[in-house]
Design a protein around this ligand. Sequence first.
Ligand code: ADP
Length: 475
Amino acid sequence: MILHSIRFRLQIWHGLILLAVLTGFGAMAHRMAWDDELRAVDRELEQRAAMLFRPMGPRPGPPGERPPGGLMPPPPFARREGQARLIQSIEEASGGPYYFVFFDTDGSVLKSTAQEPIPMPETLAATRAHGPFPAMAGAARTRGTNRESYRVLPFGDMMLVGRSIAPELSEMRAFAFSLAAGGGALLVIGLVGGWVLASRAMRPIGAISATASRIAGGDLSQRIPAAQTEDELADLASVLNSTFERLEESFQRQARFTADASHELRTPVTVMLSQLQMSLARERSAAEYRETLLACQRAAQRMRKLAESLLALTRLEAGEEKIRHDRFELSQVAEESVELVRARADERGVALRCDLDPAECTGDADRVAQVVTNLLDNAIRYTPKGGEVRVATARNGRGAKLIVSDNGEGIPAEALPHVFERFYRADKARAITNGGGAGLGLAICQAIVQAHGGSIGVKSELGQGSEFTVTLPDQ
Ligand code: ADP
């Protein structure tokens, strides 16, 4: 389980990288220190050798028996004498930590102060073909726990100075140990720090998943606590919180919608049932049966209208309703809608005034006509006798605008933000006595207008009247 956790995997990577970096740095530091150490030993051995050559006399002289190879000018005396002087110098300098080996040109040892036989340096042995040593610059080698510095002398013989580097080696071992200890301590600190940081970074994720599982368990009111989150996770938390919020809202809307819809359906069903029960209770006259059937028909019509409205609304909101994209004249659509409602307006004693300027737009003329008729219907319904309803159309940029206004009852300020919601009625009693619907008319208007990419708004003052404005873009 823990092996699959992000924190554990982060920690493993972090640990491996830290280990690689520390090992790399440690190895480099050890290498540089060892090189420094060897250079110091080499310098010391060279100085030692130089002290041996001092009695060999001043430099330079005429070229000797063989070219010096630019290493050391030939001394002004003969080879044998030079060798004898060097052997003497070696004898005088023997003792102490240093040992000297003097090889003749044929590779035989002329003088050695070492305890054991010292082999010739491999590079020289390989290139020397039965003659004097080849010319070369001063060189050094490590042989076991010894460091040796050697050089070819002017006559082609070879001199080697060496000493044990056991103290340096044990010093380097101690240094390597302290490097490893320091590196190990750093690794532990890094791992502990990394674990603490990773735990802290992961904590909000724990809070997020706990909240999400509580929500999945059915408690939609749960939110991620803001204090638990920091940095980038705060953004994630706020996105998730707003998603949860919308989810909760949508569930609540859905629940409200179902409750409202069943409530609206229950009324006509109740009417039908009570009418039928009453007439079935005893024998009735034909006129009474007819009365009952008419009441049932009205209830059924109301249910059909409700079902149709709900279906239309659902399909519009789901984007399933096909919206045509034709060019049409909005003023003409408005005029036709006015003619459709004129009889009702006359019946209620409400005057209809038109102010229709040409306004071409793109969309579904039938659907837009449905919007205009709905708005006019409402305006007539909520305007008392003697009132006036106005319809105006005009160009609006590249699109069109329609205004339906009345000087009727108006809408209370607290109801204004809700009039486009499904099943919302500002005053239920007023709507029903006025012959209003289930509160779906404006919701359908809004869904149609939004499907056209337009907008619908309302301004109203209680007792003064209302004004609905629809804008349709030129798509
Ligand atoms: P309804 O089917 O009840 O008419 P609507 O969705 O068409 O439903 O309207 C919602 C509510 O908005 C109505 O119940 C009514 O209170 C209010 N309303 C709509 N139009 C007007 C208007 N022109 N004047 C006053 N109130 C209105």
